[in-house]
Design a protein around this ligand. Structure first.
Ligand SMILES: [Zn+2]
Length: 351
């Protein structure tokens, strides 16, 4: 039997020795079969120290209550959900509460049977198609509003207005973040498989936003040409060291250096703090730190790479970058407009 660890002690009616006393709640890893698949999860049980000889104690002094059985079943199902990339029951609760909906209301909104959400939050594992619909409304309040327009007749007039108001509120907060990401996400649909073009990594927008904010802190003044090339240097150096990119961005050989595909969309991300400065006949994009972002998106190894790149380039001007990048093999061996494969980026000169 697997080793168990003490969770806490509780005072309870113990069915092993039939007295009311302190028993230990313990946890251990175990497995069960769900939908024909072996799933590992953490099981909790109570242990009575009062009775039984040492030899039979292991088996006989354990007991579970109905509530504990339910919680164990829930954690087994959540382990299955995690393995299959499905929302856990808690995540479903979060989606629902974000819109201020009851279980019945969310089920009605999506056009499902009234008990469906209650079942998903307590015991049943949702089908993929249901999971997909929940994901659609999770990040995108516009989609939630579309469902409300479609299934609105299931709600009383005032209730419907109240739900709608809440959804519009969400549109102003995280809805904007979601929508601001869509142009960049679309530009990367064709890079949805790990390859030499994205450095064997899929687009990670949270990370890109954190990197931009960090570089803006480090550089004295950060403008677009500097930023785009610093992103490339960070990805290239990371790839050289760890055989995959940091961001999943694909870069093109451009007149002013290595620019990510979708760089215009990059400047429009809601979490990127950028000011457009009009100068003569063109617009300069000046990047600032975003104080709302922390560095939790960046690993230790990534920070080392970012610091190395920032230390070298923090005072480079746009034309310094153009000069520097011309010396890179990745540039000499590609033509303007070509995507620069990471295998070539690997040859960047030593820092
Ligand atoms: Zn007992």
């Amino acid at each position: 039997m697997a080793k168990s660890a003490l969770v806490k002690t509780v005072h309870t009616d113990c069915p092993v020795c039939n007295t009311f006393h302190q028993v230990e709640e313990r946890a251990r890893m175990t497995s069960t079969t769900i939908k024909g698949e072996k799933v590992f999860y953490e099981e909790h049980f109570y242990s009575c120290k009062n009775s039984g000889s040492a030899s039979d104690r292991k088996e006989r002094n354990e007991f579970k209550t109905v509530a504990l059985d339910d919680a164990n079943l829930m954690s087994a199902r959540n382990a299955y959900r995690k393995a299959h990339n499905l929302f856990t029951s808690d995540e479903i609760v979060t989606v629902r509460e974000n819109y201020g909906l009851t279980q019945v209301e969310l089920a009605k909104l999506l056009g499902w049977g009234e008990a469906t959400i209650a079942r998903y939050e307590s015991k049943a594992i949702q089908d993929e198609a249901y999971d997909t619909m929940l994901r659609l409304i999770k990040e995108n309040p516009l989609m939630a509003i579309q469902f409300l327009d479609k299934n609105g007749d299931k709600f009383q007039g005032p209730k419907r207005m109240q739900i709608r108001t809440k959804m519009i509120e969400k549109l102003d907060t995280y809805g904007k973040e979601y929508l601001s990401r869509q142009p960049l996400v679309s530009a990367y649909v064709k890079f949805s498989i790990p390859s030499d073009y994205n450095g064997y990594k899929l687009l990670d927008i949270n990370k890109i936003e954190s990197m931009i904010s960090y570089y803006a802190e480090q550089a004295s003044e950060l403008y677009k040409v500097q930023l785009m090339n610093m992103l490339w240097y960070a990805d290239a150096l990371f790839y050289k060291t760890y055989n995959n990119s940091m961001t999943g961005l694909a870069y093109r050989h451009e007149r002013l250096g290595a620019f990510p595909i979708g760089h215009q969309s990059l400047t429009q991300l809601k979490n990127v703090n950028v000011q457009a400065e009009e100068e003569y006949e063109y617009t300069k994009y000046h990047f600032y730190p975003n104080t709302a972002l922390d560095r939790s998106e960046l690993s230790k190894n990534e920070m080392v790479i970012l610091d190395t790149v920032a230390a070298k380039f923090r005072n480079y001007s746009a034309s310094d970058f153009v000069d520097s990048i011309q010396e890179e093999a990745a540039f000499q061996q590609t033509n303007r407009g070509d995507i620069i494969p990471y295998s070539m980026a690997k040859k960047i000169r030593a820092f």
